[in-house]
Design a protein around this ligand. Structure first.
Ligand code: ADP
Length: 278
């Protein structure tokens, strides 16, 4: 991790609240753990610089990911029945464990990304990209998830578009995150419409759903880190803050329009070209 302190240079005690095994095995428990980690203040660390703090927590999260991934691989092996056949009940339980582990892994990855972005380690690497193709590929990648909920995704874009100067990995991350939310917060049978449009200077991507919508009291806060509107959701509340940081790192903007019970539209814009970049 460029710019972060080497492991051996950190001579500090992390005052991390204990999280029980049962807690870790439940996604809500992990979210609680992540929120507690966020509370670790400079007072619990010596030296107390923000970069060191984020670097240390990043290492902790990284180390936490390894056993989660190992457990996931082991469960997948058991489920493949190469080591012996399983009863349906055993498969059901192992399926639940596999699901929880994969959610844990996503949450840990999100939290690490958040810390890296927070400590300004994540800078866009600008290349000339075709935004319509990038959006379309991401939609294809999410279709299986959408189909599981009988959600129809439509896509609309101009026939010819000028290239945009952007970091493709970040753009993929932004679109996947917004699509993932649209799928998560829309009831089965609903619709998701994605539209790419352009002006002389910028490109806009609109992801519209017919889902739950967002009550007005939450609208101004949903881009804040750890802010979650729906208490029963299993998310970390970090997705939109990561998305916003990435859009803004490109010199763009993001906002939401939403009507409760009718649906939401997330719109982000990016400048087409940055001077001095490809
Ligand atoms: P989470 O992991 O909780 O989904 P996000 O940062 O991605 O975290 O989103 C923050 C909150 O914004 C969510 O908890 C949810 O309440 C709300 N939200 C985000 N996208 C949508 C959407 N498409 N429809 C309704 N609510 C949404």
């Amino acid at each position: 991790m460029p710019g972060s302190p080497a492991r051996k240079e950190i001579n500090m005690e992390l005052n991390i609240p204990s999280i029980s095994f049962d807690d870790v095995m439940s996604v809500k428990g992990l979210v609680k753990g992540l929120e507690q980690l966020r509370e670790i203040g400079p007072a619990s660390l010596e030296p107390s610089s923000e970069t060191n703090r984020n670097g240390a927590v990043c290492m902790f999260i990284h180390d936490m990911k390894n056993p989660v991934m190992t457990a996931g691989t082991s469960v997948s092996r058991l489920l493949s029945e190469k080591m012996g056949s399983l009863t349906d009940r055993q498969k059901d339980y192992l399926g639940l464990v596999k699901n929880s582990l994969s959610k844990l892994e996503t949450l840990l990855t999100q939290f690490m990304d958040f810390l890296k972005i927070d400590s300004r380690e994540c800078k866009p690497v600008f290349h000339s990209i075709d935004m319509a193709s990038a959006v379309s590929r991401n939609i294809d990648g999410m279709k299986i998830n959408a189909e599981k909920k009988r959600l129809n995704i439509s896509f609309d874009c101009p026939e010819l578009m000028a290239p945009v100067s952007a970091d493709l990995m970040m753009i993929n991350r932004i679109i996947t995150n917004l699509l993932d939310n649209a799928i998560k917060y829309t009831d089965p049978g609903g619709k998701i419409s994605v539209k790419v449009s352009e002006t002389d200077d910028s490109v806009a991507v609109r992801i519209m759903d017919t889902g739950a919508g967002i009550p007005p009291q939450h609208l101004s806060r949903i881009f804040e880190p750890f802010y979650r509107g729906q208490n029963d959701s299993e998310g970390s509340g970090l997705g939109l803050s990561i998305v916003k940081t990435m859009v803004e790192a490109h010199g763009g903007g993001i906002w939401v329009e939403s009507i409760p019970e009718k649906g939401s539209s997330f719109i982000f814009t990016l400048p087409k070209r940055k001077q001095g970049h490809a």
